[in-house]
Design a protein around this ligand. Structure first.
Ligand code: UTP
Length: 290
């Protein structure tokens, strides 16, 4: 069966407190890795996976994201006058086609599950992708594309996973596995942020999901879980007896840009990978003492 994943949800309603004061007036998702905001990496990944409609769940103070994906005619005209066609291309590359993008607001940041639930009417009754922009994947084949390619074999719910050290399991949604072939795992349970020493495995859910619309029936119940938030993991767990659930180890490197070390590491990796920067940057790094 061919299942096309046409719509992607980008939850961007969180407070980003770990990056204060940078995020006092600027969305966390607009933090740049080298020279591109995190949210643009996620959108480009979705485009590469064949996504046709982009649904942003925003909140207070997030309008910079809407402006970012709109055109900026005065700037474009100015750059064209100056003959800076390469910069004009950057502006065009980050402009999404009218009608292909929707914004809905999460009136309060009540958790990731609540943010996804806010997109229910825009998604409708079809499987859809969710991308958390603070998980940045540096992959030869973009992460969501790898998942979309596997999805016809699994259907149901499919999440990207990574094996994390025991002491980090309490930071993630953790899966309980009924089988594991090294790449794909079949899931029979999951728990959000298990207390230290209680995790059912070291298999952590990352910020890429393909979800069956069944999850909205559970999110409708608005049950709160870990940290008093409406957790996506809890709603997905409730669908386990209704739809198959798989996790996939994707090929590539993941940076958790929601925390400072991950964000700094991503900047270094992406700068070293840039032909226009890498040599000069390597030389500059060598002048640091540590
Ligand atoms: P995080 O768990 O990193 O939370 O959200 P946060 O509020 O953004 O950041 P900190 O922990 O305070 O620093 C992961 C993703 O889910 C979105 C965030 O915007 C981010 O993209 N999110 C989270 C929502 O859209 N709504 C929420 O209520 C919570």
């Amino acid at each position: 069966m061919t299942v096309r994943i046409r719509k992607a949800v980008f939850p961007v309603g969180g407070l980003g407190t770990r990056f204060l004061p940078a995020t006092k007036a600027m969305p966390k998702e607009m933090l740049p890795v080298v020279d591109k905001p995190l949210i643009q990496y996620a959108v480009e990944e979705a485009i590469a996976a064949g996504i046709e409609h982009f649904i942003f769940v925003t909140g207070h103070g997030k309008t910079a994201i809407e402006d970012h994906f709109d055109s900026n005619i005065p700037l474009q005209v100015q750059l064209q006058k100056e003959g800076k066609e390469d910069l004009v291309r950057f502006l065009k590359d980050s402009t999404l086609e009218s009608g292909k993008i929707s914004y809905t607001r999460q009136s309060e940041p009540k958790g990731l599950g609540h943010a996804v639930w806010c997109a229910r009417d825009l998604v409708g009754d079809e499987p859809f992708a969710v991308l958390l922009p603070d998980d940045l994947f540096h992959c030869k084949v973009p992460c969501l594309k790898q998942m979309v390619d596997e999805y016809p074999k699994t259907a149901g719910n499919l999440v990207a996973i990574e094996d994390v050290p025991e002491e980090k399991t309490s930071h993630y949604g953790i899966l309980s596995l009924s089988s594991d072939d090294g790449k794909m795992v079949k899931v029979n349970g999951m728990v959000e942020k298990p207390a230290p020493g209680t995790a059912p495995s070291r298999c952590a859910i990352l910020g890429r999901y393909i979800l069956s619309p069944e999850v909205f029936n559970e999110l409708d119940k608005q049950k709160t879980g870990a940290k008093g938030e409406i957790q996506l993991t809890d709603a997905m767990a409730e669908t386990l007896d209704k739809v198959p659930f798989h996790g996939m180890r994707v090929e590539g490197k993941r940076f958790d840009c929601g925390n400072k070390i991950g964000f700094l590491m991503a900047n270094i990796e992406y700068a070293l990978d840039r032909p226009d920067l890498s040599e000069e940057f390597k030389a500059a790094l060598k002048t640091l003492s540590f």
